[in-house]
Design a protein around this ligand. Sequence first.
Ligand code: PEP
Ligand code: MG
Length: 576
Amino acid sequence: MIKLQGIAAASGIVIGPAYRIGKEEMVVSKDPIREEEIPLQIQLFEEALIKTRREIIDLQKKIGAEMGQDEAQIFDAHLLVLEDRMLIEDVISRLKKDRVNVAFIFSEVMKKYIAVFSKIEDEYLKERIADINDVGRRILRHLLGKERRGLSDLKEKVIVVAHDLSPSDTAAMHKQSVSAFVTDVGGKTTHTAIMAKSLEIPAVVGTAEATLRIKGGEILIVDGNLGMVIISPDETTLQEYRQEEEKQRGIIEKFWSAKDLPAITRDQHHVVVNANIEFPEEVSSVKLHGAKGIGLYRTEFFYMNRKDLPTEEEHYEAYKYVAKEMNPHSVIVRTLDLGGDKFLSQFALPHEMEPFLGWRAIRFCLARPEMFKLQLRAILRASVHGNLKLMYPMISGIEELIQANKILKEAKQELRSKQIPFNDEIKVGAMIEVPSAAITADILAKEANFFSIGTNDLIQYSLAVDRANEKVAYLYEPAHPAVLRLIKNIIEAAHSAGIPVGMCGEMAGDPSFALVLLGLGLDEFSMPPQVIPELKYVLRQISLSQAQEIAQEALCLSTGKEIAEFTRLRLKGILR
Ligand code: PEP
Ligand code: MG
C-alpha cells in the first residue's frame, strides 16, 4: 500500500481500477523535400488545420450539450490558435526557406511559441500554453496521420491516471466510464480541475509521481476531499473507505433531496441561496441545482477569447436572456472587473508591478466612462425584462461609489432622452472586497441598496496573500479571525442601515463556514451551482440560534486553523 499526497481538485471518494495513460510521445522526423513538393506540403498543412478545426467544433458541440456552454467555451481559445495568421505564415515561410517536411517545421514553430509564452510573467497567458499545446498536438497528429487515442472509448468504469490531462482530454471523458482522475501535475485552478468539478467526479492533481508508481490495473482509492491517492490499499483501509464511499453516496442523495426546498433554518429563519455564473448558458445548471436567483453574474468573460470589444447590443441580449429566464428571481450583474488575474488582451494594458493593487475593476471603469456607460445602459435596458440588479466590484471608498452612481445617472438620462424604457428603481449594490470598504461599510451603506461580500479578494487583501500564488496558499485562510471580524463589521453596518448583505466569494459555498456566516446574520449566500444542494441541506439542518452560538464561539478563537477545525467538527455533528 502506497499513499500519494496531491492537491484536492474536486471532492468525493472513489475506489476502482487504475487506467494509466502514458505520455503521448510524437516522434517527428526531419525529412528534406524538393522544391516541387512545397505546394503539396502546404496543402497537407491546410488540410490538417481544417480537420483540427472540424474536430474541435464537434467536440465543442458535444461538450456544450453534455456539460454546458461554460466548458464548451474553453475551446474558443483553441479555435483562435488555429486562426493565428502569424503562426500559419511562420510555418509556410520556413517551409519555403528550409525545404523540410511540414510536420517537422510545425513542431519546431510550436516549440518556439511555447518557449516564448513560458517566459511571460502573466499567469493568465501562461495558462494559454496548455491551449497551444493541446491544439498543436491535434494538428501534428493529423500531419503524421496518427489516430487519436480516445478517452471516450473507455468501456468500463476506471480511474484515469495521467501525467497531465489537457482540457480536451478531460472534456472527452464520459462520466459513465471515468469515475475519478489523478494527475502528476496541475493545480487547483487549472481548467482540468474546474472541469472535474463540473463533471462532479473526484480529482487529485499535482501528485508528482502517480504515473511513476501506478502501472494500471491496480486498485486505487481516490480521496478528492483530502487530495490523497492510495495505491493497492490493504484490506482494513479498503473496508474503511468502502464504508466512507457508501456513506458519501447516501449523503449526496440526501443533499439532492433538499435542492428544491426553501433555504430555511429549523427555527424558520429564511436566507437566500443564489448561484454565481459567468455565461448566460449556465442558467440551466442554476435551475437544475435549485438556486433561487443569481447572486453574481461575472461579465468579464464576455471580453475574453476575442479580439474586439462586445457591443451594447451583445451585452443587452445576454442580460435580457438571463433576466427573462430567471424572472421573477433576481439576477445581480456585476460590472466589468478587469485586471488582477482577469487579463483582457483587447485593452493592451501596461505591465504593472502589482496588478491586484493596480488599475483594475471600478478604477478602470471610472477612467473609461464611455465604455462603462455602455455596459450600464445595456443593464438598464435589460432591467425591464426581469428582476435585474447591478453591483460594482472593488469599491474601496465612498468617492468611487458616488462617482459610479453619477455615471449610472447619466446612462439613465441618455436612455430617458431617447425614450428607451428601463427600471428607474433598479437596485445598486457595492461589492465589499477591499479592507477599507469593509471598515467603512457604514459610510458606504448610505449610497448602496445592498452589499455583496467578495471574500476571494477580501481574504487576499486583508491577509496580504496573493490568491493565485501557491507558495503562500497555506496563509490564505477564510476563517482567519481578521476576516471574520471584517465580515461581522460589514453585516452589522449593513443591517444598521437597513440594507441586505450577501456573499458571492467561494467562502459562501463552504458548508462549515456557512454555519458561521449564518450566525453572523448573512442574508444571501451565492456560489457555484454545483454546491447549492449541499449548502441548502446544511442550512435546513441547523437553527439560527445554534448558528449564532457557533459564530460567537468561533470569534473567540485565535487562529484560522482553530476556527476551521472547530467549524468542521460542528458541521460533522450536525450532519451525523
Ligand atoms: C470575490 O472576490 O470574492 C469575487 C466574488 O470576485 P472575483 O472572484 O470575480 O474576483
Ligand atoms: Mg473579486
